[in-house]
Design a protein around this ligand. Structure first.
Ligand SMILES: [Zn+2]
Length: 130
């Protein structure tokens, strides 16, 4: 068993496959960007984060319900994650890029996922002319 952090997680691969099928070009694990985003589309100046609903606190999602035991511990931990995410998105936007967050529960419907990705990227199609 390896203790090395797994970078190519399942959810992220689904999003990559979806982008690939639609012909979008992207780069992976760009360490120079805030939050080391999983997927970056330089042509659109867009970064995509794939977030687990529980750990990143997907609003109004049944998968983000917090455990009832140890409430103080979980609230502190998960609130910290959410705050860190908000800061990361703000930093990315401050650099003139935009962010798309794909939630894990959105991966179940590939068609809807494709629609969401396509709509977001089309809206940013002219952003590389800076
Ligand atoms: Zn969710």
């Amino acid at each position: 068993m390896s203790a090395v952090k797994q970078k190519n997680t399942g959810p992220e691969i689904l999003v990559r496959q979806c982008l690939h099928r639609m012909g979008f070009r992207f780069r992976l694990h760009v360490n120079s960007m805030p939050g080391k985003p999983d997927i970056v589309l330089p042509k659109y100046r867009v970064v995509v984060f794939v977030h687990g609903c529980f750990w990143h606190g997907h609003p109004e999602c049944s998968k983000s319900r917090r455990p009832s035991g140890n409430a103080d511990y979980w609230n502190a931990k998960l609130d910290r994650n959410i705050e860190r995410d908000a800061n990361t998105l703000a930093e990315v936007r401050a650099r003139g890029w935009d962010c798309l967050v794909v939630w894990q529960c959105e991966l179940r419907n590939q068609e809807e996922l494709a629609g969401k990705l396509q709509a977001f990227l089309q809206a940013h199609a002219g952003n590389n002319q800076v």
